[in-house]
Design a protein around this ligand. Structure first.
Ligand code: ARG
Length: 583
């Protein structure tokens, strides 16, 4: 049990003895440590319901409260109950956490299967920084869910079937550079795409030729199909290179094209069931009047002060199927084949209407019991506060962004690091550069925009990955200086200094923080926790000598150091970030 759970159960028992009935009494970590470690406003909420005096109720509850073996409680203001945890409690918690391979993280997802749909770049257009947010967030959420005991399936639903292939095929036939394709497939495919799209803009005949290539592909033309297949394979190679660098992997790569054959029968079925109908030659899904409030109905939109239809199109008038059609087929497949209870879509906030419609359709086709989430995110900004762009005004390529971060990390490593060989320095720069990009992403609220500022991301003193990694390296270095082996499993810590108690307090919170991340899919809660833990560790290092202390104190502190480095390492791993041996 976490401390919060323990306090909640004791508090609920006290309320029950006062009120004569079982009530929920939520406890939260105190925001301001001057008032205590944890607090509850349950007395205020319950007194309000019962129209009694909150402070009087809180007093009765405290009198009935049994906190033996935990700490003490008092009342503040109109009826807040503040809890102070005894140092011995923290010491016992630290010992138990040290012995626990899960470091106190409870299992909350057992028996549940979730598919995490993330990254999903569009093939033959390279991944740009917009995809970086999805990739990093999605990977971290998958790791966290797995750690909490969910069965997690990761699926890279790449955009591998669409109008871009008409253009690529045309350009492929009119000037492919085979050598470039082998060396840097994503780059060459991008060049082809740009060449076609510029030519098509300038020349009606090219536009028509591109369209014809697409029609041929969709009708199963052998040559075009082969070109398409090579594009997919080569993109896959290029993408794998990036995912390797990011240490991201997928259980499946079922892109849009995987569902081609299910689209026509799906549309026919939806029409036959009366869920979709023809409109101006296209097939669409319309509002069914549920929900009653038009503002909450994703199939309605306000135009000139009037609510008008905003249908979801599932077949265009020329017979082609849409992104939406594929997403319905994909969801049905995931449910049928993988038996998932939940699907999390980590996709740009600009697609929010699409997902609202998709989820409403899910209700109508009998998938209403699924936990469907659009995990949206904002934009990455340049230092000028505008969406990040290259000097030529294009969206920057993900690979270039990573290279830039690694180059900046290499400069920092050359200036400050203690590693010896050139090879080690290069590996360290790669690790630090990528970690810095990941941590910046994960430390922000996913819905807010953030500025891509390499100096800030790499600062050893800031709220950064290198700061956390350095904290781990420092914890570990104490053990290298230790002259004898110490069996930490035999140590019961004794906490007397404030800095020790403060560190133990944050260590105990780890198991409370991790499950809350999935309440609203916000890894920034973990990132911020790790920063707080590292700061507590920093103060501990300043105030409490370890190796020079007498043996009992030394061993107690060694246990805190070891536990801190394990929690930091574990937490960083949940963010997809590794730690170096030396820095
Ligand atoms: N390929 C899409 C894009 O880049 C994202 C796909 C997200 N997943 C999904 N099931 N719709 O915008």
């Amino acid at each position: 049990m976490t401390l919060i759970q323990e306090l909640e159960s004791r508090l609920a028992a006290a309320f029950e003895s006062v009120l004569g009935e079982r009530v929920a009494a939520p406890v939260v970590a105190a925001a301001d440590l001057r008032f205590g470690d944890y607090q509850s406003n349950a007395a205020m909420a319950l007194a309000k319901q019962r129209k009694t005096n909150p402070r009087a109720l809180a007093e009765q509850v405290i009198a009935a409260l049994d906190l033996a073996g935990i700490g003490s409680a008092d009342i503040a203001g109109p009826g807040f109950i503040n809890f102070k945890i005894a140092p011995e409690t923290y010491a016992a918690r630290a010992k138990a956490q040290h012995a626990d391979p899960r470091l106190g993280v409870p299992v909350t997802g057992a028996g549940r299967t979730v598919v995490v749909d993330f990254s999903a770049p569009n093939v033959a257009k390279p991944m740009h920084v917009g995809h970086i947010r999805s990739t990093i967030l999605g990977d971290s959420l998958a790791r966290i869910a797995r750690c909490l005991g969910y069965t997690v399936i990761t699926d890279n639903h790449i955009g591998d079937w669409g109008t871009q292939f008409g253009m690529i095929t045309w350009a492929w036939k009119n000037g492919l550079n085979e050598q470039a394709l082998l060396e840097n497939p994503l780059q060459e495919l991008l060049r082809l795409y740009r060449h076609a799209s510029e030519s098509a803009k300038a020349d009606e005949a090219v536009r028509e030729a591109c369209r014809m290539e697409l029609v041929k592909l969709q009708q199963g033309d052998a040559e075009n199909f082969e070109i398409w297949q090579r594009c997919i394979e080569l993109s896959r190679t290029g993408l794998d290179r990036i995912y390797d660098r990011l240490d991201v992997s997928f259980d499946h790569w079922l892109g849009e094209s995987a569902y081609n054959d299910s689209l026509a029968p799906l549309v026919d079925r939806l029409v036959a069931e009366g869920l979709a109908r023809e409109s101006e030659g296209a097939i669409c899904i319309f509002s069914n009047g549920v929900p009653e409030d038009p503002a909450k109905d994703p199939f309605l939109i306000k135009k000139d002060g009037e609510w008008t239809d905003f249908p979801m199109m599932i077949r265009k008038s020329d017979g082609a199927f849409n992104y939406a059609t594929t997403d319905i087929a994909t969801l049905e497949f995931r449910r049928r084949e993988w038996k998932v209870d939940a699907a999390w879509y980590v996709v740009d906030h600009r697609q929010s209407l699409h997902f609202q419609q998709l989820f409403a359709v899910a209700e109508r086709i009998g998938l209403g019991d699924m936990d469907l989430r659009h995990i949206a995110f904002g934009t990455i900004l340049g230092t000028d506060g505008k969406p990040l762009k290259t000097r030529s005004g294009d969206l920057p390529q993900l690979a270039d962004v990573l290279d830039e971060a690694v180059a900046a990390a290499a400069t920092a490593v050359a200036e400050r690091s203690r590693v010896d060989t050139e090879e080690e320095r290069a590996a360290l720069a790669e690790l630090i550069g990528i970690s810095a990009v990941k941590f910046t992403e994960l430390a922000h609220h996913r819905l807010s925009d953030y500025v891509f500022d390499l100096d800030k991301m790499l600062a050893l003193q800031g709220d950064t990955a290198p700061y956390l990694q350095y904290s781990v390296v420092r914890c570990r270095s104490i053990f290298r200086k230790l002259e004898e082996a110490v069996d930490l499993s035999a140590v019961t810590p004794v906490l007397s200094e404030d800095a020790e108690i403060h560190l133990a307090r944050f260590l105990a919170r780890y198991g409370e923080v991790v499950p809350t991340i999935l309440d609203d899919h916000r890894p920034n809660l973990l990132a911020n926790y790790l920063l707080e833990l590292a700061r507590a560790n920093h103060s501990f290092n300043e105030a409490c000598p370890v190796l020079k202390a007498e043996v009992a104190v030394r061993d107690s502190r060694l246990l805190l150091c070891d536990l801190t480095s394990r929690v930091l390492t574990h937490g960083l791993a949940l963010l997809g970030i590794g730690c170096p041996e030396k820095m």
